[in-house]
Design a protein around this ligand. Structure first.
Ligand SMILES: C[S@@+](CC[C@H](N)C(=O)[O-])C[C@H]1O[C@@H](n2cnc3c(N)ncnc32)[C@H](O)[C@@H]1O
Length: 438
């Protein structure tokens, strides 16, 4: 075997491979640090012939200088011992059967599947804070059959916050054009431009500014007030009206912003609509609704529900209207147990058929009152939970949790203590609680 072949065959051992390699430059400099007799310490390089030695100017390689300093100067204080890092807080993983929050919160916080998924994905504590709108807007403003409109660019689920927006301008009905102009002068100049691009009622004889405010104004108050302030919005004012809205808005007094929330599942590409009419008016027949939109907002409604709905739709809405009216006469409603339960069920079916989410919470609440008054606790709890979920879809989870309905979920018997009705004393024996229908 030749020397070359031998060299090729001799492979380094694993220990040799693991030895730290000394950079060539460092090694060269290291050699200069050792004296002839092997003593340690920096040694001046030998003076070149003809060049006078410069005792303090010799320059070693940087790495050697460091080594040199560490030998001659006081050793640097040792860094404090590293404490072991605390383990990252475990994110609670939930599934369809578990809830987040405290046990108390869990009673008032039934979770929808989507909310669970979002909690798991984002790690947000949905039991504590209202969910924030998605980081990328899940909508686009595009041409619709009735001017511009808002369209979903992703699938949306009930109670999803689609948009959170502050108004360009807030005013009250009855404010003079002069008041509005003064307000606009005080607003940032960009707001003017945005405002002027909004839609103005067609064929409206009133001054443009008045027409613009009436057409695009959205109430900005958390409570139903007599003359609530209303705001004009760059984006939300582009949302068209529907008599079967798949979304809606409410004013969040904490954020001082309008929140647009999904009432039901909205598929990507669908138009996002809201109702300009109250839930009571939505239960009226089509002709009446159209008249209301014409008188109140200057257009005859051309939504899908109006275009496709006929006598059947009017009938369904009439059923809901009857139950809502009956339910307001509380004594009669809770006293007529069997009839009320049947009517509430019918109205809930009609609400589903008409996709009228804005009345869902009230119908469920009426169901709750009868069950609770007749000591049907399990059914009462189901009705109260459904009322809360419906409320969350319309007003957001945060507002729903603060609503009195949440109390009924916590304690289904609490309504009885209001003493509005005592059916047990009306001659009929109270019923025993029976298991809730699944
Ligand atoms: C607040 S704006 C909505 C956005 C508007 N489409 C735009 O282009 O800016 C209200 C106006 O939209 C139109 N509109 C909204 N909903 C409608 C509906 N259901 N039927 C007919 N027109 C509607 C009417 O012209 C109304 O005056």
């Amino acid at each position: 075997m030749t020397n070359d072949a031998l060299a090729r065959d001799v492979k380094p051992t694993p220990a040799q491979l693991n030895q730290p390699r000394v950079p060539a430059t460092t090694f060269k400099a290291y050699k200069t640090m050792r004296g002839k007799n092997g003593e340690r310490g920096p040694v001046a390089p030998r003076p070149l012939p003809g060049v006078p030695p410069r005792p303090h100017s010799f320059r070693l390689h940087d790495s050697v200088k460091l080594a040199d300093d560490s030998l001659t100067t006081k050793p640097a204080p040792r860094p404090p011992p590293r404490l072991p890092k605390p383990p990252p807080p475990k994110r609670q993983r939930v599934d369809a059967t578990s809830d987040v929050g405290t046990p108390e919160e869990r009673r008032v916080w039934p979770l929808t599947q989507h909310a669970i998924e979002r909690h798991n994905a984002a790690g947000e504590d949905i039991a504590k804070a209202p969910p924030a709108p998605a980081p990328t807007p899940p909508y686009a403003i595009k041409q619709s059959a009735t001017g511009l409109g808002m369209y979903a660019t992703a699938t949306l689920y009930p109670a999803d916050i689609i948009l959170s927006e502050v108004p360009l301008l807030t005013t009250r009905r009855g404010a003079t054009p002069g008041d509005v102009r003064a307000q606009l002068r005080a607003a940032p100049p960009g707001n003017w431009l945005e405002l002027l691009q909004l839609c103005v009622g067609s064929g409206d004889a009133r001054p443009a500014i008045e027409s613009l405010l009436d057409t695009n104004g959205i109430p900005c108050a958390s409570e139903d007030a007599d003359n609530p302030p209303f705001g004009i919005f760059k984006v939300a004012s582009r949302i068209n009206h529907s008599c079967a809205p798949n979304a809606g808005w409410y004013w969040c007094s904490v954020k001082k912003a309008l929140l647009v929330v999904a009432y039901r599942k909205i598929k990507e590409g669908d138009e996002i609509t809201a109702s300009y009419l109250s839930p009571e008016v939505l239960c009226k027949p089509r002709a009446e609704r159209r008249e209301r939109t014409l008188v109140g907002f200057g257009f005859e409604c051309a939504c899908v529900a109006c275009e496709q709905g006929g006598a059947r739709s009017d009938e369904q809405r009439a059923i809901i209207a009857r139950v809502l009216a009956a339910g307001r006469q509380m004594d009669h409603w809770v006293g007529a147990h069997a009839a009320s339960i049947r009517q509430a069920k019918e109205a809930i079916e009609a609400m589903r058929a008409e996709a009228l989410v804005p009345v869902a919470a009230e119908l469920r609440l009426l169901q709750y009152y009868v069950h609770a008054a007749w000591r049907e606790d399990a059914s009462a709890e189901v009705a109260a939970r459904k009322a809360l979920e419906a409320l969350a879809a319309v007003r957001g989870w945060h507002a729903a949790k603060a609503h009195f309905v949440a109390k009924f979920v916590k304690d289904v018997t609490c309504w009885r203590s209001y003493g509005v009705c005592k059916p047990a004393e009306s001659g009929r024996a109270p019923r025993h609680s029976k298991p809730a229908p699944k």
